[in-house]
Design a binder for this molecule. Structure first.
Ligand code: FCB
Length: 450
C-alpha cells in the first residue's frame, strides 16, 4: 500500500484538480530508444561522445538504453495504465533524415506508430524536435553556429510538421538550449565536450536562430499548432550577502534565464553576460532578435533544483557552491521546492506567457527492487512538495496548464550513464522488465481515483 499521497499539498479547489489540467510523463529519444544503428539511423553527437573515453561516468552508451524502439507499445500501455493523459517525447533528427537530407521513411514510420499508439489510447502527444541528438555529420560542418545547419533544422521541423501536424497539437523546438550550448561548449560536460565560453554563446545564439526559423516554417504549414520551446531556468542565490557574490549570482541567473527569454521577447540579454571583446549587442543584432522573437504559444519549464553561487576568478565570474546540511537527491542536487514557486512567479512577471507547462520535474533516488517492488519514498515526497509549489504559483496568477514528471522510466542519464535513476518506473536493463515504483502508484492513485 502506498502511504504517501502525492496530491496532499495541492489545494482542494486548485485547477490542478480540474480535468483540463494536463498530467504527463516525459522522456527523450536518445535516453530511451536504443536501436542506435537500426533502420538507417545516423550517428548523433551523443553516439560519438559516448565513444570517447572518460566522457560517460560508467562508460555506457545509449546504444540499447530501454529498447523503447521495440517496446514502445508496452511503454504506451504503461503510461495509460498509470492514468497520465499526455506523453512528452522527442524525435531523433538522425533517425528521420538521411545523410543527403532526404526523409528516412523507416524512421518516420516509427514515430508515426508511436503517435498513433498514443492517440489510440487517448494520450495527448507533446513533441520535442531537439533533445540534444544533433546528427554528428552536422556538427562536423560547424553545428549550430553554421546558418546552413540552422536552415536544415527548419527543414527537418517542416518535414515532421507535414507528416504529423494533423495529429500532434503541442510542438517544442528545443529542450534546454542552455545544456546544448553552455553545458556542452563551455563546461564541456555534454556532447561535444568543448570548453570555450565564446563558442558556447555563439552556439546558444545559433540554437535560438534555428528556433526562430523552425517556428516560422511550422506556423506557415500549420497555423493551428501550439508552438513553443522548453527552457531550464533557475533561481540563483548568492552564497553570501557580499556584493561580489550577488553580482556572480546575477550573472549565473542571466545565463540560465535572460540569455534565452530576452531574445525570445525581442530583447538582447543583459550586459553582465558580456565577455572581453564580445558584447551582447554584438552577438544579437536587431535583425537576429526579430527572427528569434517569433510569437509562440507556450514555454515549457524544466525544474530540478536551485543554484547557490559565489564569485570566482574565471571567465564566467562565478562558481556553484554545494552548501552543507540540505536535503539532496542521489545525483547530488538540492531539494528546493520553494524555488519552483518563486521561479514561476518571476518568469511570469518578467516575460509573461499565456501558457506555461512544467515539462520536466523529478528526482534521482538510489532505487532497489525488493520482491518486485521499489519504495522510492524520497521521490514521492519530492513530487508532493513540488506539486504544492506549482499549485501556489498558479493560485498567485501564473497560468501553468500542465505538469510532466521526469521521467516515465529509468534511462540513460547523459554523462552519468545509467548510474542515476529518474524513472517513476524502474527498468531492469538486463531483462528490459519495467516495474512501476511507489511514485508511479502514487500518481496512479491520484489520477485514476482522485
Ligand atoms: C534535464 C534533461 C533530461 C534529463 C533530466 C534529468 O536536464 O532535459 O533529459 O536528463 O535533466
Amino acid at each position: 500500500m502506498n502511504k504517501i499521497k502525492i496530491d496532499e499539498l495541492i489545494s482542494e479547489t486548485s485547477i490542478m484538480r480540474s480535468k483540463d489540467f494536463v498530467w504527463g510523463v516525459a522522456t527523450s529519444s536518445y535516453q530511451i530508444e536504443g536501436a542506435a544503428t537500426l533502420d538507417g539511423r545516423l550517428a548523433s553527437i551523443w553516439d560519438a561522445f559516448c565513444e570517447e573515453k572518460g566522457r560517460i561516468l560508467d562508460g555506457s552508451t545509449g546504444g540499447v538504453a530501454c529498447d523503447h524502439y521495440h517496446l514502445f507499445e508496452e511503454d504506451l500501455d504503461l503510461i495509460k495504465s498509470l492514468g497520465f493523459s499526455s506523453y512528452r517525447f522527442s524525435i531523433a533528427w538522425p533517425r528521420v533524415v538521411d545523410i543527403n537530407g532526404n526523409p528516412n521513411e523507416l524512421g518516420l514510420l516509427f514515430y508515426e506508430r508511436l503517435i498513433d499508439g498514443m492517440l489510440a489510447r487517448g494520450i495527448e502527444p507533446m513533441l520535442t524536435l531537439y533533445h540534444w541528438d544533433l546528427p554528428d555529420h552536422l556538427q562536423q560542418i560547424g553545428g549550430w553556429t553554421n546558418s546552413d545547419v540552422q536552415n536544415l533544422f527548419s527543414d527537418y521541423a517542416a518535414l515532421v510538421m507535414e507528416r504529423y501536424g494533423n495529429r500532434v497539437k503541442y510542438w517544442a523546438t528545443h529542450n534546454e538550449p542552455w545544456c546544448s550550448s553552455f553545458l556542452s561548449f563551455d563546461l564541456g560536460i555534454h556532447a561535444p565536450g568543448k570548453t570555450d565560453r565564446y563558442e558556447a554563446m555563439a552556439v546558444g545564439k545559433g540554437l535560438l536562430m534555428a528556433h526562430g526559423k523552425a517556428i516560422k516554417k511550422m506556423r506557415e504549414i500549420n497555423p493551428s499548432a501550439q508552438l513553443g520551446i522548453v527552457i531550464n531556468p533557475i533561481v540563483s542565490f548568492p552564497h553570501t550577502s557580499s556584493e561580489r557574490d550577488q553580482k556572480a549570482a546575477e550573472i549565473h541567473q542571466a545565463e540560465l534565464n535572460d540569455f534565452w527569454f530576452d531574445p525570445l521577447n525581442g530583447k538582447k540579454p543583459p550586459e553582465c553576460l558580456d565577455l572581453p571583446n564580445l558584447s551582447m549587442s554584438d552577438l544579437f543584432k536587431p535583425e537576429d532578435l526579430d527572427l528569434i522573437s517569433q510569437p509562440i504559444d507556450f514555454v515549457g519549464v524544466n525544474y530540478y533544483t536551485r543554484a547557490v553561487i559565489e564569485q570566482a576568478d574565471n571567465i564566467r565570474g562565478y562558481e556553484q557552491v554545494n552548501i552543507p546540511n540540505v536535503e539532496r537527491t542521489h545525483i547530488g542536487w538540492e531539494v528546493y521546492p520553494e524555488g519552483l514557486e518563486q521561479l514561476l512567479k518571476e518568469l511570469q512577471a518578467s516575460w509573461p506567457m499565456p501558457t506555461w507547462f512544467i515539462t520536466e520535474n523529478g528526482a534521482a533516488t538510489d532505487d532497489v527492487i525488493v520482491s518486485g517492488k521499489c519504495e522510492d519514498a524520497q521521490r514521492q515526497r519530492y513530487f508532493q512538495t513540488h506539486l504544492g509549489a506549482v499549485d501556489r504559483a498558479i493560485s498567485s496568477g501564473v497560468p501553468v496548464k500542465g505538469y510532466y514528471a521526469w521521467s516515465l522510466m529509468d534511462n540513460f542519464e547523459w554523462a552519468f550513464g545509467y548510474s542515476q535513476r529518474f524513472g517513476i518506473v524502474y527498468v531492469d536493463y538486463e531483462t528490459q522488465e519495467r516495474y512501476p515504483k511507489g511514485s508511479a502508484l502514487a500518481f496512479k492513485n491520484f489520477l485514476l481515483h482522485g
